[in-house]
Design a protein around this ligand. Structure first.
Ligand SMILES: [Zn+2]
Ligand SMILES: [Zn+2]
Length: 175
């Protein structure tokens, strides 16, 4: 959403409330519920302007290990300092883009910092549970569903030579 911060700039108000619905863009493999409620406020104290935003995004994706559907809520709660265009160099902004948001005239695009925070903070590997065992590499059955009967001691042929070596080594020690 584009917010007109004119009243703040002109000193007519000290605080602007924000409350709107955002339609987040789907990300790679992630679908968001159509609308997320964003709340927050802009404050101005003697020309020092701060933006505070909160949002909760319901998402749907799949487990990176077993492909089971994963639903979750991603919470955002952050603050930025609002700076007038031209105050900071491009370089400074690149380095501190997580601290500043740039005002264009009297208009502030509050979706932009939201998108940035989302990209920075969103887990790019979703798991159905931290200890998800994934899929059987041979038959593709999720391991949490129990034994599939596939041989588990499958060894990479490149490592087979080493295994033979160590097995022989072990036998020699026993003798
Ligand atoms: Zn899983
Ligand atoms: Zn299997």
């Amino acid at each position: 959403m584009i917010v007109d911060v004119g009243p703040l700039l002109r000193g007519e108000v000290k605080r602007l409330e924000l409350d709107y619905l955002l339609s987040p863009q789907p990300m790679d493999g992630i679908v968001f519920d159509s609308d997320a409620r964003v709340t927050g406020y802009l404050t101005d104290s003697a020309g020092y302007m701060r933006l505070h935003l909160k949002a909760e995004l319901n998402y749907h994706g799949e487990c990176a290990r077993c492909l089971a559907p994963v639903d979750g809520v991603f919470s955002l709660d952050f603050e930025r300092t609002v700076t007038v265009e031209g105050t900071l160099t491009e370089e400074q902004l690149d380095e501190m883009s997580d601290e500043y948001v740039v005002l264009s005239g009297s208009e502030l695009d509050v979706d932009e910092p939201l998108r940035e925070e989302l990209l920075l903070g969103f887990p790019f590997r979703l798991l159905c549970s931290d200890d998800c065992l994934g899929l059987c590499p041979r038959c593709g059955k999720p391991k949490r569903e129990g034994e599939c009967g596939c041989p588990t001691k499958e060894i990479d042929p490149r490592l087979a030579v080493l295994k033979t070596f160590f097995d022989n080594d072990g036998e020699e020690e026993k003798n």
